[in-house]
Ligand binder design. Sequence first.
Ligand SMILES: Cc1cc2nc3c(=O)[nH]c(=O)nc-3n(C[C@H](O)[C@H](O)[C@H](O)COP(=O)(O)OP(=O)(O)OC[C@H]3O[C@@H](n4cnc5c(N)ncnc54)[C@H](O)[C@@H]3O)c2cc1C
Length: 490
Amino acid sequence: MPCDGATQTGAVNDVTIIGGGVIGCAIARELTRYRLDVVLLEAEVEVGFGTSKSNSGIIHGGHHTKPGSLKSELAWAGNQRWVTLAEELGFGFRRNGDLTVAFDDADLATLEQIVQYGSDRGIPGVDMWTPEQIRRMEPNLNPDIVGAVVGPTAGVVNPYEACFALIECAVANGLELRVSAPVTAIERDEDGFLVTAGGETVRTRTIVNAAGLYAERVARMVGLLEPTIRGRKGEEYLLDKRLEGIVQRTIFPCPTPNSKGILVIPTFDGTIMVGPTAQPVEDLEDLATTPEGSNAVFTQARRLVPGISERDCIAEFAGIRAVASRDDFVIGPTAVPGFFNVAGIQSPGLTAAPAIAEMVAEMLGEDGLDLSLRPEFRGTMPRPVHVASLPIEELAALAEEDRRYSHVVCRCELVTEAEIDEAILRGARTLDGLKFRTRAGMGRCQGGFCTSRCMQLLAQAADTDMTAITKRGPGTWVVMQPDQLEPEPA
Ligand SMILES: Cc1cc2nc3c(=O)[nH]c(=O)nc-3n(C[C@H](O)[C@H](O)[C@H](O)COP(=O)(O)OP(=O)(O)OC[C@H]3O[C@@H](n4cnc5c(N)ncnc54)[C@H](O)[C@@H]3O)c2cc1C
């Protein structure tokens, strides 16, 4: 739900958040609890289109990491917020638990350490399972597995739904959201900062730099040399729903000092996902999947669950983790008064997001912002209707009231015209925006059937024609007029 009205250049707002990934969106919602004027500037056409849309969607259980680092503390704190957040904001979350498996004695020793981390942190239910328990509870795992740690606090979330719900809630509570607003310059002035974004200027007292992979670039705009951010790419592969139920819990191999390894993830929506790889990259826009990545993912996933095959792959994507040089989250004030970094939010940043948001609010309060609560803050959002999950009687009743619930747009995922229209009303502007809100185009045929109808509905709502509709913003048109095409080289 972008707010098209521009902030008056003369007015100085309290906080400007740069970046609308899950971190910026969570901070935005948290800050709208207070009597503050808050603006969020996002470079992309919709929020959540950076790393936050391309991850494994796991809410980590908190037991995998040694207590002590900021990321491990915030992950466990964040984990405990997701049930309430999902109930309040109506997005998909399930506490399915995880299982970290051992193939030999050396692995078993590492697993003992994981149990110890869980107990040091007071995480309930982290325990060792015998091979018999494993076979009973997860019969499709490799029979060579000799033991496993169960972590009942882990979960899976629909990460883009979470971003959309957080931002909708923030906008409903007074946030000014500006999309297609890349920040290109920041100057100091007597009130704080002048931020140039998308050709307009915003005056603000405080800046929260939540620009993900580009947090280093934004920090440099105010003369800071830290943080330095490097990219670490992760390739993920989604499998056909035929495999739904092959595992109940997220399956981890025994971790090494450098990696959590390749996982088998039962996503919130029922598809199985395998990945991610962890490959350093120079080019922060390099989202290509590779034969080497695919080979590594399927070989390692099959070692955990032998029934997994490349033949079931229906989609693949990559995301890039923003890794700071100190290999931990970088959250805090800087040498520039009023400028705060929330950077280097690599995995498990999604898990930690609600706790990071609370930490940032507290930090801004300590810096002198008035954190008086707004009594009119409304923290809940209606859950969007997902016809595919309704009993047939409920669907029939809905269709009786509104015929659009009987017009199926996406056959693979059973998404109706009414759901597409609602997603557009709630802010979808692109095909990806529709897909992430409704699942239209996410099934076996990957949009082969529904893309043109989705484009029609988007074009109708915007009173434009289909050549204006993009997959995810400028440069990603699906159909073109002849004059939009590049001229053939002579
Ligand atoms: C493959 C992979 C798997 C992962 N799996 C998990 C997992 O299972 N669980 C978990 O907890 N974490 C996971 N993570 C980590 C998680 O995805 C990230 O920690 C989280 O998404 C980071 O969110 P963010 O808001 O910091 O970054 P982003 O989502 O990248 O948001 C930053 C935003 O800033 C915007 N921006 C950049 N520059 C500017 C500018 N100049 N002006 C305005 N806007 C700007 C970008 O467009 C972007 O939308 C995974 C990551 C990857 C890559």
